[in-house]
Design a protein around this ligand. Structure first.
Ligand SMILES: Cc1ncc(COP(=O)(O)O)c(C=O)c1O
Length: 460
């Protein structure tokens, strides 16, 4: 069966009749009809109407080596012919997860040398949650199981992922979250800094919220703090430089484990293999997925510190946890080929030294001065544009979120896929973007902002 035998209208009808989409208001979707993406190449995606769109989201923060890479298709094909599947249970293993685990450990901060595979970021975080609680139980402290997270954090959409995350609308639909997880303020200076408060001081204050939560529970009851190095789905919230070192200090002081969710930032996005390296921190676990295969196969890897792994090995007995697809041979083969590309093409270094700074400059030149823009920020190839009604006071358009959607729709209509989260535009392009691609994105961003400004002026 090929989709080419179906018209766009037919595909939309079948989609509406049978396909429930993630994070979607289905009534809305069915009224509007879905955007059907049919193929992609390099930095571009193409929809069923033939529109070419520059993908400033790398799919969903994942297609870091860009689309249409033969090496990845060939790696999958070879592995499928040789060994499409075998499990890693019952003292079995297969070559590709063995070699991939070693490769990841070599790239990671020195204290993380063990890897647990799954198929999604949510699964990695589920594993991380179980593992840290199990660790403290094995250490004879089963009551030390509270997890501290942050409001607006996104850690996935399984019950564990949504419970760890700080999205209140998700909690409301859970019908009962995983117990003993609390959420504190996020390091979002743009909205939460006090008048006159420096970025540095705000970062320390946001970190203090974590310390306060530890003291409130009693450090003997707190297992871990979990955070995305840069909050992604919550709006690319780049913390002040003072934040992460202070979090590390607090976690060490109270012997609270540090769980870093690098599902977006892992494998080069911030200009280092891991954002732990960008921010100079040493977490106990790192959750990764997405860019591990550049999205070509579903795969996650939870990196585990020697401290946790040694207790698991020495005191643990059987760890009653795992997935059918833990260490899937094909996904791991694709991941190895993907890491080969990132290494061979020097993409991490390129982001750090060239395209990351160039991207930041493009945001400053093409967006920061625009009347609709309250702030731009970025680290590596991960950026945000805050949409405001009043640049000076940072007043937003009402209803909340409506202005950013207008910017987004103009961006897409003008050939740039970027996302809107509340009133923040977010960008996370493939790491293969060049200076020319960044310039092209800058033109399209500027145009979308101008068109949105005209629309909003006529609305108000
Ligand atoms: C930081 C973070 N953690 C976890 C997840 C969940 O990953 P998945 O959708 O693969 O389950 C995401 C997804 O966007 C994410 O951004």
């Amino acid at each position: 069966m090929t989709y080419k035998n179906f018209s766009l209208q037919q595909l939309r009808e079948i989609d509406a009749a049978h396909h429930l989409h993630p994070f979607t208001d289905h009534k809305d979707l069915r009224a509007a009809g879905s955007r059907v993406i049919t193929h992609a190449n390099g930095p571009y995606i193409y929809d069923a109407q033939g529109n070419e769109i520059l993908d400033a989201m790398a799919g969903l923060w994942c297609v870091n080596v860009g689309y249409g890479r033969d090496e990845l298709a060939e790696a999958a094909y070879r592995q499928m012919k040789e060994l499409p599947y075998y499990n890693s249970f019952f003292r079995c293993s297969t070559p590709t997860p063995i070699l991939l685990a070693k490769r990841i450990a070599e790239l990671a901060p020195p204290s993380l040398n063990q890897v647990f595979f799954g198929s999604s970021g949510s699964e990695a975080n589920d594993t991380a949650l179980r593992l840290v609680r199990h660790y403290w139980a094995l250490e004879g402290k089963p009551q030390k199981n509270r997890i501290i997270s942050r409001q607006m954090a996104y850690h996935g959409s399984t019950v564990a992922g949504a419970s760890l995350g700080g999205m209140s609308h998700m909690h409301q639909q859970l019908g009962g979250a995983v117990p003993n997880i609390v959420h504190v303020m996020m390091p979002y200076a743009f909205e939460l800094a006090l008048p006159g408060e420096s970025d540095h001081d705000f970062g320390l204050r946001a970190a203090k919220a974590v310390e306060d939560a530890i003291l409130e529970a009693g450090p003997e009851n707190v297992a871990a703090f979990i955070g995305e190095p840069i909050m992604g789905a919550g709006g690319v919230k780049v913390p002040p430089a003072s934040y992460w070192p202070e979090i590390q200090r607090i976690c060490r002081k109270y012997d609270v484990l540090l769980m870093l969710d690098e599902v977006i930032t892992g494998y080069g996005r911030t200009g280092n293999w891991f954002a732990a390296q960008t921010f100079g921190i040493e977490p106990d676990t790192i959750s990764t997925a997405k860019a591990l295969t550049s999205g070509y196969q579903p795969l996650s890897a939870l990196l585990v510190s020697d401290r946790i792994a040694s207790v698991l090995e020495e005191k643990g007995g059987e760890f009653f946890h795992g997935y059918t697809y833990s260490g899937h041979p094909v996904a791991c083969a694709v991941a190895i080929a993907n890491l080969d590309i990132i290494e061979k093409e020097g993409l991490v270094q390129r982001v750090r030294e060239d395209t990351g700074p160039y991207f930041a400059e493009m945001l400053r030149q093409r967006a920061a001065g625009h009347p609709l823009v309250g702030e731009v920020r970025s680290v590596g190839l991960m950026g945000a544009i805050e949409i405001v009604k009043d640049k000076a006071t940072r007043e937003r358009f009402m209803p909340a979120g409506s202005a950013a959607v207008i910017v987004r729709d103009h961006a897409i209509a003008n050939g740039l896929m970027m996302r809107a989260t509340d009133d923040t535009m977010i960008l996370s392009p493939p790491l293969v973007w060049t200076r020319e691609t960044i310039d092209m994105a800058g033109d399209r961003i500027a145009r979308a902002l101008d068109l949105a400004e005209a629309d909003l002026a006529s609305r108000h």
